[in-house]
Design a protein around this ligand. Structure first.
Ligand code: 5GP
Length: 139
Protein backbone atom coordinates (compact mmCIF):
# COMPACT_ATOMS: atom_id res chain seq x y z
CA UNK A 1 0.00 0.00 0.00
CA UNK A 2 1.27 3.48 -0.87
CA UNK A 3 2.16 5.99 1.82
CA UNK A 4 0.63 9.41 2.43
CA UNK A 5 1.52 12.05 -0.17
CA UNK A 6 1.66 15.48 1.54
CA UNK A 7 1.13 17.16 -1.84
CA UNK A 8 -2.37 15.78 -2.40
CA UNK A 9 -5.09 18.37 -3.16
CA UNK A 10 -6.73 18.24 0.26
CA UNK A 11 -3.40 18.64 2.07
CA UNK A 12 -2.86 21.76 -0.04
CA UNK A 13 -6.31 23.05 0.92
CA UNK A 14 -5.46 22.43 4.60
CA UNK A 15 -2.24 24.41 4.23
CA UNK A 16 -4.08 27.23 2.46
CA UNK A 17 -2.18 26.64 -0.79
CA UNK A 18 -5.42 25.97 -2.70
CA UNK A 19 -8.76 27.74 -2.18
CA UNK A 20 -11.91 26.03 -0.89
CA UNK A 21 -15.45 27.05 0.04
CA UNK A 22 -15.22 26.17 3.72
CA UNK A 23 -18.32 25.45 5.78
CA UNK A 24 -16.81 24.31 9.10
CA UNK A 25 -13.40 24.17 10.73
CA UNK A 26 -12.09 23.31 14.19
CA UNK A 27 -8.80 22.01 15.61
CA UNK A 28 -9.35 18.53 14.16
CA UNK A 29 -11.43 18.72 10.98
CA UNK A 30 -12.25 20.84 7.95
CA UNK A 31 -15.42 20.70 5.82
CA UNK A 32 -15.75 22.31 2.41
CA UNK A 33 -17.76 22.12 -0.81
CA UNK A 34 -16.96 19.45 -3.42
CA UNK A 35 -16.23 21.28 -6.69
CA UNK A 36 -17.91 18.51 -8.74
CA UNK A 37 -21.09 18.16 -6.66
CA UNK A 38 -23.29 15.09 -7.11
CA UNK A 39 -26.14 17.12 -5.63
CA UNK A 40 -26.45 20.71 -4.46
CA UNK A 41 -24.70 20.97 -1.09
CA UNK A 42 -22.26 18.05 -1.65
CA UNK A 43 -19.74 18.58 1.15
CA UNK A 44 -16.43 16.90 2.03
CA UNK A 45 -15.22 16.40 5.60
CA UNK A 46 -11.54 15.71 6.26
CA UNK A 47 -9.33 15.26 9.32
CA UNK A 48 -6.45 17.69 9.73
CA UNK A 49 -4.07 14.87 10.66
CA UNK A 50 -2.68 13.15 7.56
CA UNK A 51 -3.89 9.69 6.49
CA UNK A 52 -4.74 8.14 3.10
CA UNK A 53 -8.03 6.51 4.08
CA UNK A 54 -9.69 4.15 6.55
CA UNK A 55 -6.89 1.61 6.19
CA UNK A 56 -4.25 3.78 7.85
CA UNK A 57 -6.17 6.40 9.86
CA UNK A 58 -5.64 6.41 13.63
CA UNK A 59 -8.87 5.10 15.25
CA UNK A 60 -9.01 8.07 17.63
CA UNK A 61 -8.73 10.48 14.69
CA UNK A 62 -11.50 8.51 12.94
CA UNK A 63 -13.79 8.83 15.97
CA UNK A 64 -13.23 12.59 16.10
CA UNK A 65 -13.80 12.80 12.35
CA UNK A 66 -17.10 10.92 12.61
CA UNK A 67 -18.34 13.29 15.30
CA UNK A 68 -17.54 16.08 12.86
CA UNK A 69 -19.26 14.29 9.99
CA UNK A 70 -22.47 14.09 12.02
CA UNK A 71 -22.25 17.76 12.98
CA UNK A 72 -21.64 18.86 9.38
CA UNK A 73 -24.32 16.50 7.98
CA UNK A 74 -26.94 18.00 10.28
CA UNK A 75 -26.07 21.49 9.03
CA UNK A 76 -26.04 20.38 5.37
CA UNK A 77 -29.46 18.68 5.66
CA UNK A 78 -30.91 21.72 7.44
CA UNK A 79 -29.44 24.25 4.99
CA UNK A 80 -30.52 22.36 1.87
CA UNK A 81 -33.87 21.38 3.35
CA UNK A 82 -32.95 17.83 2.33
CA UNK A 83 -34.99 14.73 3.10
CA UNK A 84 -31.84 12.73 3.78
CA UNK A 85 -28.22 12.37 2.76
CA UNK A 86 -25.75 9.82 1.47
CA UNK A 87 -22.44 9.29 3.26
CA UNK A 88 -19.79 7.98 0.87
CA UNK A 89 -16.18 7.08 1.47
CA UNK A 90 -13.76 5.31 -0.90
CA UNK A 91 -10.55 3.47 -0.03
CA UNK A 92 -7.79 3.20 -2.66
CA UNK A 93 -8.02 3.71 -6.41
CA UNK A 94 -9.58 0.32 -7.08
CA UNK A 95 -12.58 1.41 -5.03
CA UNK A 96 -12.85 4.84 -6.67
CA UNK A 97 -10.67 6.97 -4.39
CA UNK A 98 -9.10 9.86 -6.31
CA UNK A 99 -7.76 12.10 -3.57
CA UNK A 100 -5.55 10.27 -1.09
CA UNK A 101 -6.34 12.16 2.10
CA UNK A 102 -9.12 10.55 4.16
CA UNK A 103 -12.50 12.14 3.46
CA UNK A 104 -16.22 11.56 3.75
CA UNK A 105 -18.74 12.79 1.18
CA UNK A 106 -22.00 14.23 2.54
CA UNK A 107 -24.47 14.24 -0.34
CA UNK A 108 -27.86 15.74 0.50
CA UNK A 109 -30.85 14.07 -1.18
CA UNK A 110 -34.42 15.14 -1.74
CA UNK A 111 -37.32 12.67 -1.92
CA UNK A 112 -37.24 10.96 -5.34
CA UNK A 113 -33.80 12.38 -6.24
CA UNK A 114 -30.81 10.23 -7.20
CA UNK A 115 -27.46 12.02 -6.78
CA UNK A 116 -25.06 12.11 -9.73
CA UNK A 117 -23.71 11.52 -12.25
CA UNK A 118 -20.58 13.56 -11.67
CA UNK A 119 -20.80 16.85 -13.63
CA UNK A 120 -18.42 17.27 -16.57
CA UNK A 121 -17.43 20.74 -15.45
CA UNK A 122 -16.52 22.31 -12.15
CA UNK A 123 -19.45 23.95 -10.34
CA UNK A 124 -19.94 27.69 -10.64
CA UNK A 125 -17.83 29.37 -7.92
CA UNK A 126 -20.54 31.88 -6.99
CA UNK A 127 -23.09 29.09 -6.59
CA UNK A 128 -20.67 27.11 -4.43
CA UNK A 129 -19.98 30.20 -2.30
CA UNK A 130 -23.72 30.80 -1.86
CA UNK A 131 -24.42 27.20 -0.80
CA UNK A 132 -21.44 27.27 1.56
CA UNK A 133 -22.82 30.41 3.20
CA UNK A 134 -26.22 28.73 3.69
CA UNK A 135 -24.54 25.72 5.31
CA UNK A 136 -22.37 27.88 7.59
CA UNK A 137 -25.53 29.65 8.75
CA UNK A 138 -27.18 26.31 9.63
CA UNK A 139 -24.77 25.29 12.44
P1 5GP B 1 -12.84 10.49 -3.98
O1 5GP B 1 -13.20 9.77 -5.24
O2 5GP B 1 -11.36 10.53 -3.73
O3 5GP B 1 -13.62 10.00 -2.80
O4 5GP B 1 -13.38 11.96 -4.19
C1 5GP B 1 -12.60 13.10 -4.31
C2 5GP B 1 -13.57 14.25 -4.43
O5 5GP B 1 -12.83 15.44 -4.43
C3 5GP B 1 -14.38 14.23 -5.74
O6 5GP B 1 -15.77 14.21 -5.42
C4 5GP B 1 -13.98 15.50 -6.45
O7 5GP B 1 -15.06 16.12 -7.08
C5 5GP B 1 -13.42 16.34 -5.33
N1 5GP B 1 -12.37 17.26 -5.73
C6 5GP B 1 -11.35 17.01 -6.60
N2 5GP B 1 -10.54 18.08 -6.69
C7 5GP B 1 -11.04 19.01 -5.82
C8 5GP B 1 -10.61 20.33 -5.47
O8 5GP B 1 -9.61 20.87 -5.94
N3 5GP B 1 -11.38 20.99 -4.57
C9 5GP B 1 -12.51 20.43 -4.02
N4 5GP B 1 -13.19 21.17 -3.15
N5 5GP B 1 -12.93 19.18 -4.33
C10 5GP B 1 -12.20 18.48 -5.23
Amino acid sequence: MSTYDPDNIFAKILRGELPAHKVYEDDDILAFMDIFPLSEGHTLVIPKKPSRNLLDIDPDVLCTLMRGVQKVARAVVKALNADGFQLRQYNEAAAGQEVFHTHFHIIPVREGQRPGPRPQEMADQEQLAAVAARIRAAF
